[in-house]
Write a protein that binds this ligand. Structure first.
Ligand SMILES: Nc1ncnc2c1ncn2[C@@H]1O[C@H](COP(=O)(O)OP(=O)(O)O)[C@@H](O)[C@H]1O
Ligand SMILES: [Mg+2]
Length: 260
């Protein structure tokens, strides 16, 4: 159970809004029989008997939240580690604001990446349409699916396609072995790992597409989610065009709040 307090919106017959969404995230972090309580609720009900579980990053990718476990008499109080981001192998960055809308797209991208058919999915579209944000959220939803983790590799700072493999290796803390090409070391590391790599801003380094194709062939359990203004043009690629949301900025956002 997840318990949080906030002001939802009523869109009959449901409660909707970011706080409802947060409650669902808190609930999802727990295990059967465990009752998790947010900081807001704990502050409002100071007399309840809780254990402080510390700060945790939920899959909404926002700042870590303090979570508490309610003590329920004669019920188990020992549970496995919470299903939150710090307990998974991932480096997904914190986002400054909540995701607005995009639930259908996030679900579609996540579904495609777990279909077992798509090894490379490229989110395409002009700058600012929300490709990176969509990729990050879809990746966050999959942190429990990819056993070896979900890693975000920013290619924005590089211009030389030859540095793509180096950047991936650096992100994964794979060190160069003397006398061996880095590609081979990376392939040996990734070999049987079930991992999702998010390669962000691939348009800067499209000439590196062939090395991604090789990586996918050599590492059969690797899946790649790329964002790029243009497609990578390699055989196994599936393209997912990302259109801008209807209204730029925050106008009209209320209608698009996540529904739970
Ligand atoms: N659905 C969304 N909800 C909230 N903020 C968003 C959403 N989509 C994009 N943004 C924000 O808008 C800005 C541009 O989006 P971004 O994903 O970086 O676009 P792109 O990668 O296509 O250039 C970023 O600050 C991002 O966090
Ligand atoms: Mg981007």
């Amino acid at each position: 159970m997840g318990i949080h307090t906030g002001e939802p919106l009523v869109v009959a017959p449901k409660y909707v809004g970011l706080e409802v969404h947060k409650t669902a995230r808190i609930m999802a972090a727990g295990h059967g029989g465990q009752v998790l309580i947010s900081e807001t609720t704990k502050t409002l009900v100071p007399e309840i008997d809780v254990m402080d579980l510390g700060k945790h990053r939920l899959k909404d990718l926002l700042q870590p939240e303090s979570l508490y476990q309610l003590h329920v008499a004669e019920q188990p109080s020992e549970f496995p580690a919470l299903k939150t981001l710090e307990n998974r192998p991932t480096n997904l960055p914190v986002q400054p604001n909540a995701l607005i809308g995009r639930e259908a797209e996030v679900a579609e991208v996540a579904r495609s990446l777990t279909s077992g058919i798509v090894r490379l999915l490229t989110l395409t579209g002009p700058g600012g349409t929300g490709k990176t944000r969509l990729a990050l959220q879809a990746a966050a939803e999959l942190t429990d699916t990819f056993a070896a983790g979900v890693f975000f590799v920013s290619l924005a700072p590089i211009r030389d396609p030859a540095l793509v493999v180096t950047t991936i290796a650096l992100t994964l803390s794979v060190r160069e072995v003397s006398g061996e090409p880095l590609e081979r070391t990376l392939v040996a590391y990734l070999n049987q790992k079930e991992m999702l790599l998010v390669l962000d801003n691939f348009e800067h380094v499209v000439d590196a597409a062939a090395s991604i194709a090789e990586l996918l062939v050599s590492c059969p359990r690797l899946t790649v989610l790329a964002t790029s203004r243009e497609r990578l043009r390699i055989g196994s690629e599936q393209v997912y065009p990302v259109a801008a949301t209807s209204s730029p900025g925050e106008a009209g956002c209320d209608r698009r709040l996540d529904e739970q």
